[in-house]
Design a protein around this ligand. Structure first.
Ligand code: AMP
Ligand code: MG
Length: 337
């Protein structure tokens, strides 16, 4: 009996200590910065990690921008477009290789040679105009991703062709940053790269990140998706557009018609492990339209998505049924395999 008392006292003391410590567990330090890059505003928020990780992450974004920007005359992509051939850095070569593969997987709904068409409509220059049919037909003879050659680190294009990696560059940037952060001991981070959100791990308290999906028709949200360690990437007609004669023309082009993709969708949000894949798909599924996009999902099942149609209706793929919380005034359908 006498021996048990100190043991009990010890157990009670330990329990008290644990209870107290639960309230004072050191939270990882928050580091955050907002800056302009890749034609958008980015906010990186990291928890924990080594000193200097945040500035290393920002420097990496600026480095990728300087390699990949189609409008920066000093970028590798601009050199390729100007000279028809260029030696690419490992980053640009890897991204171009993966982008070409995804152009093929999406049956050309994604086509990285769409740039002459994008420019004719004034996107990337700001000189918006509806080109006439003859101009578009001529430009479409220079749109065909199968004509791009990538041999080791050297890329080449036929005469008159031009590349634009704008549909996938931010996705690649998110993947690159997530890897850099993990190497530096960051287990929790939220990377907001314009319409692309990349999450590393969970929130510091262990709960999922909650990412709002914008209402393409207004300032509000259609709902919130809960995720951990995923990329959540949206392509929407509302992101960049101009209006002429009462018609809205946006920056996502159908490579078959050379005109803004009018598939009945107003936005596509893809939830995927890979940012490049999610970014390529958000653009390509927007071009395909809801039926084509769901066919692609059923055939692949390696991502989930939230589709908002121009009539405001929302469709989510089955894997998001529990993770997506719809805001009040929308209708939602769940697509099954
Ligand atoms: P995102 O915002 O990821 O959907 O990418 C849209 C950007 O990619 C546009 O601003 C264009 O520069 C380019 N783009 C537009 N349509 C396509 C397409 N069908 N395939 C590849 N890139 C495209
Ligand atoms: Mg994209």
């Amino acid at each position: 009996m006498r021996k048990r008392l100190p043991l009990r006292a010890l157990a009670a003391g330990l329990a008290l200590l644990l209870a107290l410590c639960a309230g004072c567990t050191p939270q990882p330090e928050k580091h955050t910065e907002t800056f302009a890059a890749m034609d958008t505003v980015m906010t990186l928020t990291l928890y924990g990690g080594e000193d200097g990780t945040l500035s290393a992450a920002k420097d990496r974004v600026l480095e990728l921008e300087s390699l990949l920007s189609v409008t920066d005359p000093d970028s590798e992509i601009a050199a390729l477009n100007r000279d028809g051939s260029a030696a690419l850095s490992p980053d640009a070569a890897e991204l171009l290789g993966r982008a070409l593969e995804l152009c093929g997987r999406t049956g050309g709904a994604l086509d990285v040679t769409i740039y002459p068409v994008v420019r004719a409509w004034g996107f990337t220059t700001g000189n918006y105009a509806v080109p006439d049919g003859g101009v578009i037909a001529d430009l479409l003879t220079r749109v065909d991703y199968t004509q791009v050659r990538l041999d080791g680190g050297t890329a080449s294009l036929p005469e008159g062709f031009e590349l634009d990696l704008g549909a996938v560059a931010k996705g690649y940037t998110g993947d690159t940053l997530a890897a850099l952060l993990k190497e530096n001991g960051v287990t929790s981070a939220l990377l907001e790269l314009g319409g692309n959100i990349h999450t590393v791990g969970t929130k510091p308290d262990g709960s999922d990140w909650r990412v709002a999906v914008r209402d393409p028709a207004g300032d509000g949200y259609v709902g919130v998706v809960s995720v951990a360690s995923k990329a959540v990437i949206t392509s929407g007609g509302y992101e960049r557009y101009f209006e002429e004669g009462g018609v809205r023309y946006w920056h996502i082009m159908d490579p078959k018609t050379g005109a803004p993709a009018r598939s009945g969708l107003a936005s596509v949000t893809v939830v995927a492990d890979s940012g490049v894949y999610g970014d390529a798909l958000s653009t390509a599924l927007f071009v395909m339209g809801l039926d084509g996009a769901l066919d692609y999902w059923r055939a692949n099942r390696d991502f989930e998505a939230i589709f908002v149609a121009e009539d405001g209706s929302v469709t989510v793929t089955a894997g998001l049924e529990d993770a997506f919380a719809l805001s009040g005034r929308h209708n939602m359908a769940v697509a099954r395999p």
